[in-house]
Design a protein around this ligand. Structure first.
Ligand code: 1CP
Length: 353
């Protein structure tokens, strides 16, 4: 891509605190945003829910923009994550998807060579055009200091939902496929790796200033499979994006990755490593280079319960990473019964130094 075709908003490096921290600067106090900061715990989100189903909300730019902005208006977060979902990619390629109240996403499963035929890679970019329109509008509407994050699921995590047909306790179908139909599994992973990289570049070209890759389920794999199906596709995605948009920081979230997260960070080349709840930030810090940004990792349950324990634990995490690049966040998403005032108390605790 030539410089001339890049929108004006991308010229020059931004000094937004979140982007500085993601590029390796020890910003103090650390910038803060939360996974699932747009969601049902907010009354204004619940009010919008009556108007349209989940997929329509994701695919209607004015609704997606409004839902993205809600937590920013309330709390002045340093980062605004686009309201969307990791399953928009398979949907955009043609897989059937619906979200059912109380059950989460439901997809028509892909388990055979024949099933793969529903995926049409050529339609993907057109299908996600409303997402890009939402990003363009957000860049115009966000406060000056708030950075806009785009995102995708990592190929393995998205494949889990595509093959299981939704969420799962044991991921039995995808694990069987990996062993019994490796050629179908590998084809699916290749399609996802290629299209995730392409879709994310599309998000950046529409205004996303940083990207997060959610690998919620990579941690179910044993080490060798983790290398092959989590680290390697992520490395390819990072390489593809970086060749086109070298200044855009990339955050990886290998949830449940345990000790493999250090190898993940090193081999994928991501700028920032998002930590899950069980990771001890100071210990992970010893396992990775000083220039790698760490993101996380307050337990969402502590946020739900609030009070003194919340302030204490949030500051313990913040202070244990003082002097190195850190972005304060949760170890997983905000729980839907979280009182909104606990989120306000958390942001205040982090910013009060
Ligand atoms: O309103 C509703 O009932 C829908 C609930 C909901 C929401 C608010 C879903 C369904 N997705 C989302 C938004 C969402 N999903 C965002 C938006 C931005 C923000 O963080 O505020 C993001 C980043 C995601 C990412 C996502 N979707 C992940 C990765 C992160 C994680 O939570 O581990 C995963 C695994 C999904 C799949 C998904 N989408 C929705 C649900 C309930 C699920 C989980 C299903 C399951 O595993 O059982």
């Amino acid at each position: 891509m030539t410089q001339a075709s890049t929108p004006a908003v991308h010229t020059g490096r931004s000094d937004k605190p979140l982007l500085r921290a993601l590029r390796g600067e020890a910003v103090w106090p650390p910038p803060v945003w939360l996974m699932r900061q747009a969601g049902r715990y907010l009354p204004e989100f619940r009010a919008m829910r009556e108007q349209a189903d989940f997929l329509t909300r994701c695919m209607t730019p004015e609704i997606a923009v409004e839902l993205t902005l809600q937590p920013i208006r309330r709390y002045g977060m340093d980062g605004a994550i686009l309201f969307s979902d990791i399953l928009i990619l398979p949907w955009a390629m043609g897989q059937d998807l619906r979200f059912e109240e109380g059950r989460g996403p439901i997809l028509t499963p892909i388990r055979t060579e024949e099933d793969l035929k529903v995926l049409d890679e050529d339609r993907m970019m057109d299908a996600v055009e409303p997402v890009r329109e939402a990003l363009r509008r957000l860049r115009r509407e966000l406060p000056e200091q708030t950075a806009l994050l785009g995102f995708a699921g990592s190929p393995f995590t998205v494949a889990c939902y595509m093959v299981e047909g939704g969420g799962s306790r044991d991921f039995a179908h995808i694990r069987a496929m990996m062993q019994q139909k490796p050629s179908v599994f590998n084809k699916l992973m290749d399609i996802l790796t290629r299209n995730t990289a392409k879709m994310l570049c599309g998000q950046i070209e529409a205004g996303a200033e940083a990207i997060m890759l959610f690998d919620s389920w990579g941690g179910i794999l044993p080490p060798e499979a983790f290398r092959q199906y989590v680290i390697e596709p992520t490395r390819q995605i990072v390489e593809y994006i970086r060749a086109r948009h070298p200044d855009v920081p990339l955050v990886g979230f290998p949830r449940l990755g345990g000790v493999m997260v250090a190898e993940y960070a090193e081999k994928t080349g991501i700028n920032a490593l998002a930590l899950d709840t069980v990771a001890e930030p100071a210990k992970v810090a010893e396992m990775v280079p000083d220039t790698l940004t760490l993101q996380g990792n307050l337990d969402p349950m502590i946020l739900l319960n609030g009070g003194e324990a919340l302030v204490k634990e949030a500051r313990r995490i913040r202070d244990s990473l003082k002097g190195r690049p850190h972005v304060f966040n949760l170890g997983h998403g905000v729980i839907k019964t979280t009182p909104p005032e606990h989120v306000a108390a958390l942001v205040e605790a982090i910013r009060d130094v």
